[in-house]
Design a protein around this ligand. Sequence first.
Ligand SMILES: Cc1cc2nc3c(=O)[nH]c(=O)nc-3n(C[C@H](O)[C@H](O)[C@H](O)COP(=O)(O)OP(=O)(O)OC[C@H]3O[C@@H](n4cnc5c(N)ncnc54)[C@H](O)[C@@H]3O)c2cc1C
Length: 376
Amino acid sequence: MISIIGAGPIGSYLGYLLSKNNIENTIVEEHPEIGRPEQCTGLISRNIEGIIEPSLLKKAAMNKVNGAVISCGKASFEVKTHDFKAYVFDRSKFDKAIAEKAENKGSKLLLGHSYIDHKLNPQTRQKGLKIGLNFGHKAKYLQSTLLVGADGPASKVAKNSSLYGDRKFWTGAQMILKAKEPFFDKSPVYVYLDKRYSDGFFAWVVPIDEERAKAGLASYSNTAEHLNRFLKDKFGHFLAERRSGGLIPVYNKMPLQNRQKNIFLVGDAALQVKATSGGGVVNGMLAAQGLADAISTGKFDYESRIRGIRRNLWLHSLIRKKLNAMGDARRSELIEDLCDEKIKNIMQEKGDMDFVAKFGFNVLAAKPSLLRFLLY
Ligand SMILES: Cc1cc2nc3c(=O)[nH]c(=O)nc-3n(C[C@H](O)[C@H](O)[C@H](O)COP(=O)(O)OP(=O)(O)OC[C@H]3O[C@@H](n4cnc5c(N)ncnc54)[C@H](O)[C@@H]3O)c2cc1C
């Protein structure tokens, strides 16, 4: 039996994949309800359609967006496509749908159970783990052959397995903005690169419909202060409610498995998040596929199976580092340079928020002068 800690989208999806391969698994979730508290904006590209069936996605979709407006100060770059490029999900419904999918395939779900620690099984002296859980005030144990930490950015499984490493985080926070009458163009998402709104990340507005939008930001420091400033500057007269937020881990290449002890990390617990956007669902799910295959084949070659994902996440980190090294004037210059029909055409045709390599080289080939921003 395999214990998966965390019924976020990645843990539940891994449970589903293992059950599909007839591998017994239990998903342990500390909250009594899946998807609560909700922490995420739920902007997920259509790459998700290659992972989860669209009929299920439809149940959790709040909006579909077909473009982006990226700005810094007065500089602004807009790209729009004919067909939609990404979903805006109700993350709570999304997480529930995936957990239900896992349960329907045979995964066992333990809600309201917190993972505390694990030990190599002392009784049987066989290869195996004794997983310690808390359920209310009661201690409970699971016997398990493998343990997977899908328990989010501050993963306790990672901490208890010497896999935590030197991780860093942005703190994200967002509100729901409500307008009294139709106000938002609900087709693009808005990205604000101005340094006054974030230390090391950006601010965003993601429309739900014409009257509501998710507005938020992430930052290395003073997140609440930055959010107040952003909302006051841009949406001072709006009703803002339901503050939510959480940690966004900064990707770095670190070990994700301890094979001797039969422990693996996946999703945010494994820092599998794009440093450009903070999005972790698509890459985390692709990594879960790699982990499920590594376990199902008995080869446990997880890290080599996800080499491509790691390369992709590294590329996102490189872009983030370059952006963070620029001041507002330089970012504005970059945005102005992007306002070029050739670039817009490439973005419309090939743009992909998950996989920069799919269009990045074409953009550089079309306008080599952009290279100066990478060499900055
Ligand atoms: C403000 C914000 C906005 C974001 N916006 C986006 C976005 O628009 N698009 C996108 O793709 N990503 C976004 N992300 C990132 C996204 O939320 C994560 O990448 C994604 O949720 C990762 O899923 P996961 O299953 O790995 O971890 P999580 O979703 O964090 O799930 C981990 C689960 O483990 C449980 N858990 C933790 N510890 C224990 C324990 N000891 N015992 C039992 N259970 C435990 C938690 O309760 C939780 O349910 C955003 C993040 C933040 C903070």
